[in-house]
Design a protein around this ligand. Structure first.
Ligand code: ZN
Length: 298
């Protein structure tokens, strides 16, 4: 099966995973929706797969439209303009726009849909500057993770690690978790912006909360969040052991650690592997398990 890859992600998605359409989840699989615990935030979610041509010619980012519980709609992660997303936005109306984080494959059409709809544009508190740099639009208002998006019933959960500002949005149909998790493969947590300790804490937080499902920005809906969180935690523990063993074997510089810590050929994504290794090294240094001066680990 042909595979496509997203430049910001290590994982490859098979074609079947990228063939999404505008799907109202609760209508997509009524039998499964019936099993969703009724929560005070219950509302419908629409997923729209958007080709991300600027950074990942064959990749997609899923934009989400979420009812706010006040008769309004929140648009999350409009990666780019598309006919499907135009249609969904026009059909549902959009009163709020927010992003899970500031990467280019999540923010490309924030300005366009803000202009098209006149929606309130939200940024995380303290991140208005980077948000404007990334989106080209100044936020109208700011939200605080750990609280509900003001004026809506949508809780925002702090999920840093992939990036410092990364958040998830809680809906009755599942959590919009951006680039925290993917059904297959893994997401990049790479230095300097990636923080491995924060990332693992975010995965554990989601695991503990045990949402009905995760609605990631890349790849299919995750129906078994705990199993996926456990898999991703295992994956990181495995890589951490390999990184630590490489350093203890005398490999000091990131390039050498990469070659020792990966069995597979990572030459095509060496920069990402190197950034990941440094993120692991930084975590291990904070924990006192090795010494790291920014160039050499011992
Ligand atoms: Zn990202």
């Amino acid at each position: 099966m042909p595979a496509t890859t997203c430049r910001t992600h290590e994982n490859r998605f098979t074609a079947s995973h990228t063939e999404w359409r505008c799907v109202r989840i609760s209508q997509q699989s009524p039998s499964r929706a019936d099993t969703v615990a009724v929560s005070p935030f219950s509302r419908s979610v629409v997923r729209v797969g958007v080709e991300v041509e600027t950074r990942a010619p064959t990749g997609q980012t899923t934009a989400h439209l979420v009812g706010t519980g006040r008769g309004e709609t929140l648009l999350v992660d409009p990666a780019d303009r598309s006919d499907s997303l135009d249609t969904a936005v026009d059909e549902h109306g959009v009163e709020h726009v927010a992003v899970t984080h500031h990467h280019p494959d999540h923010v490309g059409a924030v300005a366009a849909y803000a202009e098209r709809t006149g929606a309130t544009v939200w940024a995380r508190t303290g991140r208005a500057g980077p948000f404007q740099s990334a989106t080209g639009v100044a936020p109208d208002r700011e939200f605080q993770p750990g609280q509900r998006l003001p004026g809506t019933e949508i809780p925002v959960v702090d999920t840093p690690g992939h990036t410092p500002e990364h958040v998830a949005f809680v809906t009755g149909d599942g959590w919009l978790t951006g680039d925290l998790a993917v059904a297959e493969g893994s997401v990049v947590v790479g230095a300097p912006e990636g923080d491995m300790r924060a990332y693992l804490s975010s995965l554990r937080r989601v695991h503990a909360s045990n949402p009905a499902r995760l609605l990631p920005a890349h790849g299919p809906v995750i129906d078994d969040p705990r199993a996926v969180c456990e898999r991703l935690l295992r994956h990181r523990r495995h890589r951490e052991r390999r990184v630590l063993a490489a350093v203890r074997d005398g490999h000091e510089r990131p390039d050498a650690i990469v070659r020792a810590a990966y069995d597979k050929n990572v030459s095509e994504v060496f920069g990402l592997a190197r950034a990941t290794v440094i993120a692991h090294v930084e975590k291990l240094a904070v924990e006192g398990r090795l010494a790291w001066n920014g160039e050499r680990a011992q």
